[in-house]
Write a protein that binds this ligand. Sequence first.
Ligand code: UTP
Length: 290
Amino acid sequence: MKVRKAVIPVAGLGTRFLPATKAIPKEMLTIVDRPTIQYIVEEVVSSGVEQIIFITSEGKSAIENHFDYNFHLDSVLKEKNKTALGKELDEISNLIDIVSVRQKKPLGLGHAIWTARHVIGNEPFMVCLGDDLVLSDIPCAKQMLDLFHDVGESIVAVKRVPQDQTYQYGIVEGEANGRERTFKVSRMVEKPAPGTTDSDLAIIGRYILMPEIFDILSTTTPGHGGEIQLTDALLALSKAREMYAYEFRGIRYDAGDKFGYLQAILAYGIRHPELGEDLIAHIQEIAETL
Ligand code: UTP
């Protein structure tokens, strides 16, 4: 069973990042020199996935345009002899086969995934959230696909968080299963009230799911925040089949959150081949004045 398709939901309203996201999708906000969504698409492409399905909504067409061919821009760049730039833009539009599906109402992440059911069909697939960045040597998606090759069952990526922050995440409980950084899932809960779980394994925005999730999602009722929660459907899936939690190698940034976004800009900026050195010097300069 090969994972050929990745769903990237980008239909959320981005209310945590208002007013920046009033007219611009949060996925199009820039991290150093490219929009957040481009890092995620590049991660998926470099992991060997063949097709991306964007789950979009009104006002998100900039995302589709970013990965499309722009005839006018291409002609102008050619006229001005800016061939390197033209080539870079061309590469972006040729990265991968992309399909878009509309989520007509923002009913929650679970509902967003469910809208991809006809395009996915009966095969395992990957989900990467459009505002979740993972900085790592081996792309996070690739780490998960390698594990999937061994276990052949659903996998959720997790990271450890301090106990007093577990209420902000979907939390997984499970037993280490002998494989490195891997746990067999026994329970999951979306944003648990303080003191209701001992686990510190928080779900982040990377999943590999078996197609049975679609039947489960079709009967999942609204949960936390009145939204159809993917975590609720995952819990049901983990009861029907085995499911694994994988503590990925790398650092995750929630680029849909103002502070997470700032952290991501610094982390990606200091690693940038042309800008990194100057940025580090500037950070040191500012730090001395604090
Ligand atoms: P978030 O909760 O981070 O996204 O959902 P949001 O709703 O856009 O953000 P806030 O909380 O209002 O600031 C995680 C992912 O799920 C997508 C979002 O686009 C994001 O990639 N999502 C969420 C949908 O596609 N549809 C939804 O109905 C909800």
